[in-house]
Each structure stands twice: as structure tokens, then as C-alpha cells.
Write a protein that binds this ligand. Sequence first.
Ligand code: GDP
Length: 177
Amino acid sequence: DPGYMTSDKAYRIVLAGDAAVGKSSFLLRLCKNEFKLHSSATLGVDFQMKTLVVDGEPVLLQLWDTAGQERFRSIAKSYFRRADGVLLLYDVTCEKTFLNVREWVDTIEDVSQEDIPIMLVGNKCDLRQDQANCVPTSYGEKLAMTYNTLFCETSAKDGSNILEAVLHLARQVTKQA
Ligand code: GDP
């Protein structure tokens, strides 16, 4: 992977959001192009490396999965402190995870030194057609406007928008550096 060799800096991206919104699945789709319907909850924080080409330049990302640590806010905080960007996920089929976004943003802004770029991600959008009472796309868009963050809806299951979400965030992160 030539990008890996030529990039001198790895940008730290942290995946945040409630348990079971699909953080591990998002990473698995992005890095291995796989999906597991019954993924086992990973305990402990793990990271994956991924090189993307952003505006013709290779960008090396170190993507941290905080899955399993959601209840341990103090641990999550130490990851945000050193993050260059955050992928903040909620589950479009689970309103509670959307309502908790506010708390996640507060936590992130509390500990990060400057305004770090956040991509708000409504995941599991493949389930929208089968399930009633999903969080409307416009709600996600509005919330993102309130916080001045990026927004998109993704599916780790069918892969839609996964790469795009990370590319948009990577573009912001490299601009700020
Ligand atoms: P995490 O706790 O945030 O890391 O969530 P997981 O990645 O473990 O996902 C929780 C459950 O949701 C698993 O059963 C996944 O298979 C499922 N899941 C994750 N992303 C999607 C998605 O985009 N669509 C669908 N249909 N299921 C998903």
C-alpha cells in the first residue's frame, strides 16, 4: 500500500455513539468490506489503519473503535482528547440513540482542545424501508446544522455511504491540521 508508506502522519479518528449502533460493523465494512449480522461485542478499544486518497493525496487514518466502552465515559473521554476527528453514530431505527447524540457531542466538546470535526452518522439506513418510526433524515440534518457538523446516513450492512462518510471527515480533518 504505497499510501501507507508515504504518509508521515496518521490522523486519529474515534468512533463514538451508543452501544449497538454499529460502530464495529462500520469499521469492519470500511476496512475489510465485510458484515456480520451477529457481531460479538468487542470489549476493549481497538484500532484499524486505513489509507484513503483525499484530493489526490494519500491520508493515513487510525480509526479507534470504542465499542463496549460506551458506559465508561472516562475511558471514552481519553480517546476524544487525542482525536483529530470523530465519527458519531446513531441507529436510525432506535430513537434513543439519536436523543443521546447531544450528550455525546457535549462530552466530545468538553474534552477536545479545539473544535474537532465531527461527522454525525445515522447508521442502519437499510432498515428504514422495513421499520416504522425511524428517525427521519431531516432530523439528523437539523441536528447536524445545530452543532455545525457534517451529516450522512449509512449502512454497514450494504455498505452505502460508509467510504463517503469517512472521506468527508478526512477532508475536514486534514484541512484543520
Ligand atoms: P457497536 O456496539 O456500536 O459496535 O455495534 P455493532 O457493530 O456490534 O452492531 C450491533 C448490531 O447491529 C449487530 O448485530 C450488527 O450486525 C447490526 N448492524 C450494524 N450496522 C448495521 C447496519 O447498517 N444495518 C443493519 N441492518 N444492521 C447493522
